[in-house]
Write a protein that binds this ligand. Structure first.
Ligand SMILES: Nc1ncnc2c1ncn2[C@@H]1O[C@H](COP(=O)(O)OP(=O)(O)OP(=O)(O)O)[C@@H](O)[C@H]1O
Ligand SMILES: [Ca+2]
Length: 835
């Protein structure tokens, strides 16, 4: 039996192969009752059809974008003449119609864009200021003219459709026919009303079964729909009425100014306003895997593509069904979950039992028939047949069918769906959104969690706690006095520090409605900006002090961010750099003194600063260095300089551990789950936090990503079992660790991630968990579960529910099988004895 199950009923939890899915479906063929058996599994034919349509569309888009641009331009040019402003568009004061506008981004034709006067001209046509964004009052007008950012959805199936589906059960249909005949023949022989009782009994039972089935299925479908909506609701940052704010992707309108940064999904079609090293991955649309650079020469951004690197702002030109993505999404919008391994296996069990039941049913029918014929022969009535004999035969037949109905545990696989769906609902309350049903199941057998540090183990509320500047370390409290902080350095240093804080940032300080400063950005940057405000800085003033020429946004690979500004009054250029302390310190050869002079950095001083960094890190502070470099000119330099910087300051940022984490880690360890921390942070910071959480023990191993990278496979095999913390890791180190754990150590691995580059590790893991708050859209897309509150405790909850699902199903299977076997036996024996 084990062998049979292994051969036919094994699928992978993640992305099962089409072949395996087909294999188990065909293995159920003998006792199959397709409507019932397959109603909770993916419809392969439909899926293949949708996939084919999607591929076709993708190919079309690919040709339009990459291959046949010239031809397309020609066609577009011919069509363009036909665009005429409709009356209602003209009345509203917009200068361009929705279709014409939508065609612009799709055509990728820069000449076409130029003919409108570039993005500025286009902004005028859609009555929007590129600096201030749209005005709230005309959002509904824009929605009326240019459409909503929603995709067409199939209408929801009504309850009666589910009833209809439930009625299609083969065994039920047979029983129904039996019931009708039974009523007919019964009334003919026994008269009204005695003759109909048997038949009506069966009908009532059938109706009950149908109703219960339809209700559970209907509720299930509703729940999946709610979940699907939750999954699609992405929050995007826009500038509206002069201030940056967050809105739901569904509320986006044409004319909106959207801020994009690494890891975002492009929420609508649009034209680039300004950007820094922006590159997008268009593979979801066109299938081309090479990232495309977006700049002034190629400013077109298409909905559904992903920001691979950099940051920028775009003007929305088309939303919803007017985008290519909209047409593609229609083919993807069907809620279609893959069956889980447990479901498939239980289908196998049900099939085996079904076969036994079928055999019993046939035997029962034969035994009953033989007995009946024998009795008849005994009375020499074998040639005489009455309608009551026919009724008897019919009765035998329905007894046999009943045995099949009782014996085949069709509900077994369904029980998995129901308990998984139940767990899913509970987890939703516990702030975890399960994207793939099978993740719940796999999570039950997880034996290793590789967790992030920032935000997951810590609260992600960062504040600058210490600063080392001009050879002095200072502690900072929220009520710290600005004058006291500045007492030891000159105005000059103060100026450079504020410049470096407010200019070298990807975040923004916006005045909220209540007049208070509101910081929009990542927690690390928020902490630094807040510190800048304590120092008496003002975002707008300092940010606009000098013109920003070039920006290299932060990413986890480089672990630093830099900007190049041109100083006013022809003062040359200045580059600012901030990032991981050791990395920046290596790039510096000078430091700033209290009177604002740059003096060469001696070896002794360098050692001293390293000690300061380690001192901060050992107190569990995240350390960053701020540096700058003055330059005469930048001609010829295409990228940012990476040496000869002057160190301004070292900041230590406090990010307290979540209070519940220690307990949660202990729960994991007690349950036999290993917890490993994989972080991008400094090794000492990582150690301090890991120790505090209980992840790092006395025997545990701590390694830096750079060391891990160059280990040989043998060495890896030796160190990984003891590895508890990996610091300064790049996303590829994380991926390597996961692959090793899975392939060499055969562990079931759960991985958390937030960054864009975490996506490969999330996809590789048995269960990928993406962070709901700090996580990027790209990470979420590759994950199986989204941890909405970023909290490690939630991950433990997922594991707990996973295990309980297993136990529940185990109990249910036990119960169901006992019932089945008992019912089968009783029915068989009683049928044979009593007839
Ligand atoms: N906005 C930023 N600008 C410059 N440097 C930054 C910025 N944010 C973080 N860093 C530096 O990069 C390092 C972290 O990089 P990375 O993104 O790989 O880790 P993380 O994802 O934040 O941490 P974890 O892996 O624990 O979640 C930090 O230690 C910090 O020194
Ligand atoms: Ca991370």
């Amino acid at each position: 039996m084990e062998q049979y199950l292994k051969e036919n009923f094994v699928v992978d939890a993640k992305r099962p192969s089409e072949q395996a899915s087909r294999r188990w479906r065909s293995a159920v063929s003998l006792v199959r009752n397709p409507r019932r058996r397959f109603r909770m599994v993916a419809d392969l034919a439909k899926r293949a059809e949708a996939e084919r349509k999607r591929k076709n569309l993708q190919e079309k888009i690919r040709i339009a974008l990459y291959v046949n641009k010239a031809a397309l331009h020609f066609i577009e040019a011919a069509n363009r003449v036909q665009h005429k402003l409709s009356d209602n568009v003209r009345q509203t004061g917009f200068g361009i119609g929705p279709d014409e506008l939508a065609a612009l981004a799709r055509s990728h034709d820069i000449n076409d864009l130029e003919s409108y006067g570039g993005v500025e001209g286009l902004a005028r046509e859609v009555s929007v200021s590129l600096n201030d964004g749209v005005v709230s009052s005309d959002i509904s007008l824009r929605q009326n003219i240019y459409g909503f950012n929603r995709y067409a959805e199939k209408p929801a199936r009504s309850f009666w459709m589910f009833v209809w589906d439930a009625l299609h059960d083969l065994t039920l249909v047979i029983l129904m026919v039996c019931a009708v005949i039974s009523i007919g023949v019964g009334i003919a022989t026994d008269g009204w009303p005695d003759g109909m009782y048997d038949g009506v009994g069966i009908v009532i039972c059938i109706l009950l079964v149908v109703l219960v089935t339809a209700i559970t299925d209907y509720k299930q479908a509703l729940q999946f729909k709610v979940l699907d909506k939750e999954k699609k609701n992405v929050i995007v940052q826009v500038t509206r009425e002069g201030s940056r704010q967050k809105v739901s992707i569904f509320d986006l309108v044409v004319g909106d100014v959207v801020h994009l940064s690494i890891g975002d999904l492009v929420p609508a079609d649009g034209i680039l306003i300004s950007g820094n090293s922006l590159s997008v991955d268009e593979s979801s649309l066109s299938g081309e895997s090479e990232p495309v650079e977006i700049n002034k020469k190629r400013p077109f951004l298409l909905s559904g593509t992903k920001i691979q690197d950099g940051s920028g702002k775009m003007l929305v030109t088309a939303v919803g069904m007017r985008t290519e993505w909209g047409t593609l999404m229609v083919h993807l919008s069907e809620v279609d979950q893959d069956e889980t391994p447990l479901q498939v296996k239980l289908n196998g069990v049900a099939t085996i039992i079904g076969k036994i039941g079928l055999a019993f049913a046939v035997v029962t029918f034969l035994v009953l028939l033989a007995r009946f014929l024998l009795v008849k022969a005994d009375h020499h009535e074998i040639t005489k047949w009455s309608s009551s004999d026919a009724l008897k035969l019919l009765n035998f037949f329905s007894i046999s069918v009943t045995i099949i109905v009782v014996a085949v545990p069709e509900g077994l696989p369904l029980a998995v769906t129901l308990s998984l769906a139940f767990a899913m609902k509970k987890l939703m309350h516990d702030r975890a959104l399960v994207r793939h049903l099978s993740a719940c199941e796999t999570m039950g057998s997880v034996c290793c969690i590789c967790t992030d540090k920032t935000g997951t183990l810590t609260t992600n509320h960062m504040v600058v706690n210490k600063i080392w500047i001009c050879e002095e370390t200072k502690s900072i409290q929220t009520n710290s006095n600005k004058d006291l902080l500045m007492s030891s350095f000159s105005e000059n240093v103060h100026g450079i520090l504020l410049q470096s804080i407010f200019q070298n940032t990807g975040s923004e300080v916006a005045k909220g409605k209540d007049g208070r400063d509101n910081i929009l950005g990542t927690p690390t940057e928020t902490a630094i900006l807040e510190f800048g405000l304590i120092l008496g800085g003002e975002f707008k003033t300092h940010h606009n002090e000098s013109e920003i020429v070039k920006v290299e946004p932060f990413n986890s690979e480089k672990k630093k961010m830099s900007v190049l500004v041109s100083l006013p009054d022809n003062g040359g250029f200045r580059a600012f750099c901030k990032g991981a302390s050791e990395i920046i310190l290596k790039m510096c050869d000078k430091m700033l003194t209290a009177d604002g002079k740059a003096v060469p950095l001696s070896e002794k001083q360098r050692q001293k600063i390293t000690d300061v960094i380690n001192g901060f890190a050992c107190e569990a502070l995240r350390t960053l260095c701020l540096a700058f470099k003055d330059m005469e000119n930048t001609s010829g330099a295409n990228s940012m300089p990476d040496n000869n910087y002057t160190l301004i300051a070292v900041v230590g940022i406090k990010d307290p551990i979540r209070p519940e984490v220690k307990e949660a880690v202990k729960t994991c360890l007690d349950a036999g789950i290993t917890v490993r921390m994989v972080t991008g942070d400094n090794i000492n910071t990582a150690k301090a936090i890991a120790r505090e959480c209980g992840i790092l023990t006395d025997y545990g191993l701590v390694i830096e990503g750079a060391d891990f990278r160059c280990k040989s496979p043998q060495e890896l095999e030796e160190i990984i079992p003891n590895l508890q913390v990996m610091a300064r890791s790049s996303p590829s180190d994380k991926h390597k660790l996961v692959t090793q754990l899975r392939s060499v150590f055969k562990e079931v691995v759960a991985v958390t991630g937030d960054g864009t580059n975490d996506a490969p590790a999330l996809a590789e893991a048995d269960i990928g968990l993406a962070m709901g708050i700090a996580g990027t859209e790209v990470a979420k897309e590759s994950a199986d579960v989204i941890v909405m509150d970023d909290n490690f405790k939630t991950i433990v909850n997922v594991a707990r529910w996973g295990r309980s699902v297993y136990i529940n199903i185990q109990k249910f299977v036990q119960f169901q099988l006992t019932v089945n076997v008992a019912a089968l036996m009783i029915n068989f024996i009683s049928a044979c004895i009593s007839g």
